[in-house]
Design a protein around this ligand. Structure first.
Ligand code: KMH
Ligand code: ZN
Length: 276
């Protein structure tokens, strides 16, 4: 079986220090959380940035600073900025970090309710617009799917040549408004993608580790982090992203699956080897 790629979603746009004090806002805190996750076994950092007061931003300069700070302490880690940002941001606002030519970024593949009155909007034309910019900048998109219909949307665009190989899906399951993260949901999604594609699964809240374990057994990849879940176990807050990554490493050991280094993750995803 391929080695396991662990992505750490260290920050997010919605979770706050009021929920878990380790949620990073400042550049120093982002650097600390990225380093902890990397040392624990993450090869990809899924990156959002915040103002110092926690307000989500897609400002290119803030991303530049955060990426520089992360690269100072873990030069070989793969950085995957979010192009999702936060609900309500414009497309061009969201796309700013792609101008920094990261190796990867997210591409959100459909709209989804995000609780209450919030709708995270990604129309078909939005997806095509994002994909054009991302491929033109030679970035590998991680195809974020909050449910089966987003996978179907990707496959329609793939047939038209608007989404290209290598297809690396991320099944984000358990969002309040999206598809749940039960075993049947996972099986439905992972069986819906072509055999030459890869996938990672991100379980929100209580789904984080049950889905991680399923993906480990199945040969898929895993995303964890404070963006998705703040608890190490029921009622026990994680003391940082490192705890969540370390728990996935233990699950991988339990199932005899080795964890990929950043260089091995690049190989699996078809990214160019990094010249540091
Ligand atoms: N914060 C959500 C609205 C992504 O990073 O691409 C979008 C999100 C997805 O987190
Ligand atoms: Zn995100």
């Amino acid at each position: 079986m391929e080695k396991l790629i662990i992505t750490a979603a260290i920050c997010g746009a919605e979770v706050l220090k009021e929920h878990n004090e380790y949620v990073p806002y400042t550049i120093e805190e982002i650097q600390r959380e990225a380093l902890g996750a990397y040392q624990a076994g993450a090869s990809i950092i899924h990156l959002h940035v915040r103002e110092d007061d926690g307000t989500p931003t897609q400002d290119i300069n803030r991303f530049r600073e955060a990426i520089k700070a992360i690269k100072e302490v873990c030069p070989d880690v793969i950085i995957q900025p979010s192009t999702g940002g936060a609900v309500g941001m414009t497309n061009d606002e969201r796309l700013q970090p792609t101008e920094l030519h990261p190796e990867m970024c997210t591409l959100d593949c459909g709209s989804v309710n995000f609780g209450g009155d919030e709708v995270f909007i990604n129309t078909e034309n939005d997806i095509i617009y994002f994909a054009d910019k991302i491929y033109a900048r030679k970035i590998l998109p991680e195809l974020e799917c909050f449910g089966k219909m987003h996978v179907d949307q990707v496959l329609r665009l793939y047939k038209k040549g608007l989404i290209k190989d290598h297809m690396h899906f991320s099944f984000v399951l358990g969002v309040n408004g999206g598809q749940t993260g039960e075993v049947r949901d996972f099986l439905f999604l992972k069986d819906s993608i072509p055999s030459h594609a890869t996938y990672s699964v991100a379980g929100i809240g209580r789904y984080e580790f049950s889905l991680a374990e399923l993906a480990i057994i199945d040969g898929g990849h895993v995303r964890v982090g404070l963006e998705d879940n703040i608890y190490l176990e029921k009622g026990v807050l994680a003391k940082g992203n490192k705890d969540l990554v370390a728990k996935v490493v233990k699950l991988a050991e339990k199932h005899g699956r080795s964890v990929a280094s950043p260089s091995e993750a690049r190989h699996i995803l078809g990214l160019k080897e990094l010249q540091i």
